[in-house]
Ligand binder design. Structure first.
Ligand code: HEM
Ligand code: NAG
Ligand code: NAG
Ligand code: NAG
Ligand code: NAG
Length: 323
């Protein structure tokens, strides 16, 4: 009796907390405080993408990097301060681009509803708009994220999957964030747009096991082609991850991976697990492909990783700086 009168309220309040957490993001979060947020962000994103379509890939990647390090809290946008290097300054960052789009959307929003819309929400909206604008799917973005106050380059290095990750590493990195094996296969399809520099895959061309060999899991003719673009130690050249359609969001990535032309070991690794392999193969046929719909659903999941809500964090005035 005594135990249940003590425990029951505890159990109840715990489940209410969990419920509040699960439902804390909401598409209508700014309905009263900044009703035009979605349109303002969309117009800003469109003005950049129409000038420079390749930015769409960079904006999607920014949101991914944000969510995988400390949750989707805008920490990827923060500048280093007082000599402490931020996520932006970690090795995987050196190729992050698109910060100017976030800053422009933030500036436009500060004019109409100052101090209201978080940088983390802006990034989630911009990534969605960017993908939709290049033939990708649309998804409604649940809103209400708040901005974090911490950004550490060391965490970016430890939290982001490496391009040489194997399938068990990838499954555990994604799993630890609440993402399924299917989400791993689906979200890897983000590589259907965008470019890579040579270093993330040059070992596969020149020195796979340290003996001057190539990666036997990559198509050998493709290796020869890549070698002509990426001489050893080239750090400036870029190559398309989905050759020929790197600016259109489609299923080309899966066709490439299935033909053993995935650019990174982490792409090729999707063929080393029965579930991810079956997913890759299913996407190569337009009659059976579910990729666009799946991508929308997995992005909504990714966009909720570790979010700050309620009174946690802050609403930054400038996305590159804590208040
Ligand atoms: C599965 C583990 C992943 C690994 C190991 C990985 C690794 C990488 C690497 C090494 C690059 C090239 C950077 C450069 O040299 O320029 C890249 C680019 C990119 N990644 Fe990933 N990534 C992963 C997952 C994702 C996910 C989940 C998304 C989004 C849903 C994503 C979206 C992108 C995009 C769009 C680019 C191109 C960026 C641009 O063109 O500026 N990646 N990724
Ligand atoms: C953040 O850093 C970038 C690159 O170093 C710089 O161009 C920008 O002005 C900085 N932003 C602020 C608000 O200090
Ligand atoms: C990424 O980090 C390097 C240093 O490692 C820094 O020079 C560069 O400005 C950073 N890039 C961005 C976009 O902040
Ligand atoms: C995957 O890579 C990790 C190192 O990142 C290694 O410890 C593990 O043994 C590898 N697993 C397989 C199945 O190759
Ligand atoms: C290949 O890798 C081995 C072992 O990591 C290294 O000692 C060697 O210098 C590399 N060769 C080249 C050409 O990079």
């Amino acid at each position: 009796m005594a135990i249940s009168t003590v425990l029951l309220p505890m159990v109840l309040s715990l489940s209410l907390v969990q419920l509040a957490y699960a439902q804390s993001l909401d598409q209508g979060f700014y309905a009263n405080t900044c009703p035009n947020v979605v349109g303002i962000v969309k117009r800003t994103t469109a003005s950049f993408i129409s000038q420079s379509p390749s930015l769409a890939a960079s904006l999607l990647r920014l949101h991914f990097h944000d969510c995988f390090v400390r949750g989707c809290d805008g920490s990827v946008l923060l500048n280093s301060t007082n000599g402490i290097p931020a996520e932006k300054d970690a090795i995987p960052n050196k190729t992050l681009r698109g910060f100017q789009v976030i800053d422009a959307a933030k500036a436009a929003l500060e004019v109409v509803c100052p101090g209201v819309v978080s940088c983390a929400d802006i990034l989630a909206l911009v990534a969605r708009d960017a993908v939709t604008m290049i033939n990708g799917p649309y998804w409604a973005v649940p809103l209400g994220r708040r901005d974090g106050v911490v950004s550490l380059s060391s965490e970016a290095l430890n939290s982001l999957p490496a391009p040489f990750a194997n399938i068990s590493d990838l499954k555990s990195t994604f799993g630890a964030l609440g993402l399924s094996v299917k989400d791993l296969a689906v979200l890897s399809g983000g590589h259907t747009i965008g470019i890579s520099h040579c270093p993330p895959f040059s070992d596969r061309l020149y020195n796979f096991t340290g003996n001057g060999d190539t990666d036997p899991s990559m198509d050998q003719r493709y290796i020869q082609q890549l070698k002509t673009k990426c001489p050893p130690a080239d750090v400036t050249t870029t190559v398309e991850m989905d050759p020929g359609s790197s600016r259109i969001f489609n299923t080309g990535y899966f066709t490439a991976v299935s033909a053993r032309k995935g650019l990174f070991q982490s792409d090729a690794a999707l063929l080393n697990d029965a579930e991810t392999k079956a997913y890759v193969q299913q996407q190569t046929n337009s009659a059976t492909s579910t990729f666009l719909k799946d991508f929308a659903a997995s992005m909504v999941k990714m966009g909720q990783i570790g979010v700050l809500t309620g009174k946690a964090g802050e609403i930054r005035k400038n996305c590159a700086l804590r208040n």
